[in-house]
Design a protein around this ligand. Structure first.
Ligand code: NAG
Ligand code: NAG
Ligand code: NAG
Ligand code: NAG
Ligand code: NAG
Ligand code: NAG
Ligand code: NAG
Ligand code: NAG
Length: 508
């Protein structure tokens, strides 16, 4: 009973965060530095089809802005570094641009931010001094149009604005950028605009693989890095990088400015010496990133402060110069097929490659999930078997049940594999599934979809009553016979409703 109460409390906590506090939102960057991309209309259809509600573009191309009209998608548009000079020089330039490039398409296209300049500290020409005057002029133009509260003005930065980022509590801005950063931060604080940052744990790993483990960069680490000054524990690189900025902001006494991640991602392919750039790593990073942003909200230094993030990028962009990885950040190929599957709702199960270290599992709590890259045939075969002869209760992966979404084979197979595994002693052989199963020490549960653990009450209760996948129905008789507190439709739902009300009352 204790353990199920703990599970329910944990779930309830999750509900609190996802339901009432609202975790962060996830968007996608739509870069167009390529000569083989689909039309903007098709690209926007693709974004819609993925249920993505936020997007970022790097300019104010009218065809693109129009393509987002009436989609409900909120759009970040940008003024490139090359335009900072005219925007900084004359108010009239900003007014004209707003009148011609924004107002005719607003609010049909829901523009929510204008980024003025992008990573100016990385620009080949020194345009930093023009940044704040250009931001001021764009802001003034918006104010004259009465839109300065609806459309926020900011600018994106690389981590190059910091002189120190480790440990996070020592995060500090580089004093050589103070001449424009300080007035910019004042502008952001005054106008309630976020500090925008492009963060890439990939580069931290690629540049220093001896010091940064791949697992830590991919949110897969089972160990923690301790910040010796604060005692805070970091389980992933992204949080550490974001907190370095949080501490840099606090160091300058800008305590209210929120951080927004305007780019992050992982390349799926690279030059021969870019060994971390693989589709598996890209899928793992982005899947975990999205789950982290949507479900967790906040960092060790700012727990509960939700952060929004934009995944870089929608398409591979063949005209980007540099290493091979530069042209392979896309989640999609230009022909709109996916480079790897990515669930933007944040509820995807992370399948892990079978060669990961599993030696620590034999003792502690473990789960069994589908191996990333297992064939559909193997997954289907394993799923059918688990829900059939395997005697697993597959009700929770039926439509309208807690583990139905995301509605894909890997996710359903993972749930069924795990139930079978737990019912059969959580032994290695119970997770074989012809090579399609993989044992992990990471709890794959999400939302109200709770993956069973060995020995927890209810995990073996359904074993006596085989339920074929095709015939499984949500039925209260299963609930009564299993005596389980979770994975049970009727009682479970009722409990969550009550729990939510209690949670809300407690919260108020
Ligand atoms: C299951 O719950 C009962 C009380 O309802 C408890 O006595 C028993 O120890 C639990 N079993 C396990 C394996 O947790
Ligand atoms: C850029 O220009 C500003 C003033 O225009 C100057 O203070 C700063 O040092 C320059 N930065 C670099 C990197 O040259
Ligand atoms: C790893 O960290 C050490 C100590 O902080 C540093 O001296 C070394 O340069 C780092 N190595 C790489 C490849 O960054
Ligand atoms: C990887 O190889 C490219 C050339 O293909 C080279 O320019 C780059 O510096 C190399 N990177 C590392 C980290 O060795
Ligand atoms: C697995 O992890 C253990 C303990 O952390 C370590 O001793 C072992 O070398 C690792 N094995 C592999 C193949 O990485
Ligand atoms: C886990 O490790 C054992 C030996 O340590 C090995 O025999 C087994 O194949 C591994 N399982 C997976 C799924 O990697
Ligand atoms: C592993 O199991 C042994 C015996 O059951 C126990 O004494 C030990 O504390 C366990 N270790 C971990 C890390 O759970
Ligand atoms: C299986 O179901 C039947 C009828 O639905 C019930 O009488 C029986 O106790 C169940 N067996 C187990 C092990 O739950």
């Amino acid at each position: 009973m204790r353990s199920s109460v703990a599970v329910i409390l944990a779930t309830f906590h999750l509900l609190l965060f996802s339901g009432f506090c609202n975790g962060g939102t996830v968007g996608i960057c739509y870069g167009r530095n390529a000569d083989d991309l689909p039309t903007p209309d098709k690209a926007v259809q693709l974004i819609k089809s993925q249920n993505i509600k936020y997007a970022r573009i790097y300019d104010s191309n009218i065809q693109v802005i129009k393509a987002f009209a009436n989609t409900g998608i909120e759009l970040v548009i940008g003024i490139p570094n090359s335009d900072l000079l005219p925007f900084s020089q004359f108010q009239s330039n900003a007014d004209t641009w707003l009148r011609n490039s924004v107002l005719p398409y607003y609010p049909a296209t829901k523009i929510n931010f204008i980024t003025v300049g992008a990573e100016v500290t990385e620009a080949p020409n020194n345009v930093s001094a023009m940044l704040v005057p250009a931001m001021q002029n764009v802001f003034t133009a918006l104010r004259k149009a009465g839109l300065h509260r609806r459309i926020k003005v900011s600018s994106t930065h690389s981590l190059g604005v910091l002189s120190r980022s480790f440990p996070p509590s020592a995060g500090a801005f580089n004093s050589k950028h103070a001449f424009f950063l300080r007035p910019m931060l004042e502008f952001l604080a005054e106008n309630d605009s976020p500090f925008m940052v492009d963060v890439y744990p990939y580069y931290a790993y690629a540049d220093s693989s001896s010091n940064v483990s791949l697992d830590y960069a991919l949110f897969e680490s089972s160990s923690e890095v301790i910040d010796p000054n604060t005692g805070l524990l970091y389980t992933n690189m992204l949080d550490a990088q974001i907190d370095a900025i949080n501490y840099a902001l606090m160091g300058l006494n800008f305590k209210t400015i929120k951080i927004m991640i305007t780019e992050t991602g992982w390349p799926s392919k690279g030059s021969p010496n870019e060994t971390g750039a693989t589709p598996d790593n890209a899928q793992t990073y982005n899947t975990n990133l999205i789950r982290h942003i949507v479900n967790d909200g906040g960092t060790p230094a700012k727990p509960g402060v939700a952060m929004d993030a934009y995944v870089f990028s929608l398409f591979n962009e063949n005209r980007k110069p540099g290493l091979d990885s530069e042209r392979n950040w896309g989640v999609f190929f230009p022909d709109q097929t996916s480079v790897y599957n990515l669930d933007f709702t944040g509820r995807g199960v992370v399948a892990r490659p079978p060669d990961a270290n599993n030696t620590t599992i034999s003792n502690g709590t473990s789960w069994c999930i589908a191996v990333m890259g297992a064939s559909e045939a193997d997954l289907q075969h394993g799923l059918d078997w688990a829900c059939g002869s395997g005697n697993v209760d597959c009700t929770p992966i039926q439509p309208k049940q807690p583990c139905f979404e995301p509605d894909n084979l890997a996710s359903h197979a993972s749930y069924a594999f795990n139930s079978y595994y737990q019912q059969n002693g959580a032994s290695e052989v119970a997770c074989a599934f012809g090579g399609a199963g993989f044992r992990t020490s990471k709890n794959p549960s999400y939302d109200s979809c709770i993956y069973a653990t060995f020995g927890a009450n209810g995990t073996t209760a359904a074993a006596g009553n085989a339920t074929a996948l095709s015939s499984a129905k949500p039925s209260s008789s299963t609930a009564a016979s299993s005596g389980s507190d979770f994975g049970v439709p009727t009682r479970g739902v009722a409990f969550f409703v009550i729990a939510s009300v209690v949670a809300l009352l407690l919260y108020l």
